[in-house]
Design a protein around this ligand. Sequence first.
Ligand SMILES: [Zn+2]
Ligand SMILES: [Zn+2]
Length: 144
Amino acid sequence: MGITEEQIKNHGLKVTPQRVKILEYIKRGSGDHFSAENIHEYVKKENPNIPAATVYNILKVFTERGLINSFEVNGRAMYEGRVEPHINFYCQSCGKIYDSEIQGDLKQIESDVKGKILSSTVLVRGICEECLTAEKENEIVQEI
Ligand SMILES: [Zn+2]
Ligand SMILES: [Zn+2]
């Protein structure tokens, strides 16, 4: 049995080929964030008849069981394989999502409420480095 199958079993779920495929896709390339549509498109390549509802259900169950993390951007659910609590940075200019490595502030929350964080949906909005650089270059062009 592969690692992905084990993970699914260890979280109390039945192993199905669709679940394995979706979990593998989300877990590989750590630091990637996906919409349900992204994931559906990917699964459809091999399994063209899979309904979107099936994919949404799998994502819902995975999130509930803590296999993946989910948070919202502009009212749209995003999914990621990284389940350790962290803060996501959303670039309003290009729409990319970056992981922040800040841990201390989340630990502070745990000590404030004397509890334990299981997942985090914290989203910070801003402009990423790439877009900031592009903006600056644009300004220079405009000045000329
Ligand atoms: Zn950007
Ligand atoms: Zn993230």
